[in-house]
Design a binder for this molecule. Structure first.
Ligand code: HEC
Length: 240
């Protein structure tokens, strides 16, 4: 290899390394956490798939809390939760059957939860949504991917005390630690639930890691084989 070839090789190898370093280890676009959570709360949010004494997972308990406390204002369409007044409308079941499809996520099919396209839902729920807007000043957002957008620390602190994080917001404080000793635990379970909708369970992420390793190994092996083939070809053509 001549000097020019050497410079090119170093340049391309170097820029590839820098690219993946930025992507994987020092990603400037990655959400940076500024909101603190205590140890016990972290233990709940980190393990949405863990079973509790009740025999349900933390995520399932969080989903029940979400439906009871949040679905009067918020939908979470990715998991088939629609605002209460819409879900209670007898015509809604029919919309779910005709325009929706059962939720399928990370290898599990949830036959009793339906994903309905945004436009269909918003057209059907127009009056309910406008009613919320009239009383709250704005439409409470759909929370399907709020975990990814805001991160767990923000969600936990915001749900526990909306005014402290977003002064002037019309979202009410639903769990107050002063009156409910389990408030923090409940909020943590809701955040764990929102996390479980957006991130794969441990088994699925292990599978994805293995797939990633296999793909990269395949590229390396194919690259080496091609390199060898090129050498042979150059030899046959008389360049070596
Ligand atoms: C009375 C209606 C109401 C209820 C009940 C309610 N919210 Fe909200 N929520 C709102 C409104 C309105 C907003 C928009 C707030 C804003 O941007 O000022 C909001 C915003 C949010 C946001 C987004 C905050 C942001 O940074 O944009 C999250 C997350 C959220 N709510 C979670 C929840 C959860 C979880 C519950 C149940 C524990 C809940 N909400 C219950 C009305 C409600």
């Amino acid at each position: 290899m001549n000097t020019w070839g050497l410079i090119k090789t170093i340049f391309f190898a170097g820029s590839t390394l820098v690219f993946f370093f930025l992507l994987w280890f020092y990603n400037p676009f990655k959400h940076v956490e500024h909101y603190e959570v205590d140890e016990e709360v972290k233990a709940i949010i980190d393990n949405p798939w863990k079973k509790t004494e009740s025999g349900k997972t933390i995520a399932e308990e969080g989903r029940e809390l979400f439906i009871a406390s949040c679905s009067s204002c918020h939908s979470l369409r990715y998991d088939g939760i629609y605002i209460m007044s819409v879900a209670a409308n007898p015509k809604w079941k029919n919309i779910e059957k005709t325009s929706g499809r059962p939720v399928y996520r990370f290898g599990t099919l949830y036959k009793d939860r339906f994903f309905v396209p945004k436009d269909v839902y918003e057209a059907f729920a127009h009056d309910d949504i406008q009613g919320l807007k009239a009383s709250l000043g704005q439409v409470p957002p759909d929370l399907s991917s709020m975990y990814l957008a805001r991160g767990e620390g923000y969600l936990y602190q915001f749900i526990l005390n909306p005014q402290k994080v977003l002064p002037g917001t019309t979202m009410p404080q639903l769990f107050n630690p002063q009156f409910d000793p389990q408030a923090k635990e409940k909020v943590a379970k809701i955040v764990a639930y929102m996390k479980s909708v957006n991130t794969p369970p441990p088994k699925e992420s292990a599978k994805r890691t293995v797939m990633g390793v296999i793909v990269i190994a395949y590229f390396i092996v194919m690259g080496l084989l091609l390199w060898k083939y090129r050498e042979n070809l150059l030899k046959r053509l008389g360049y070596h």
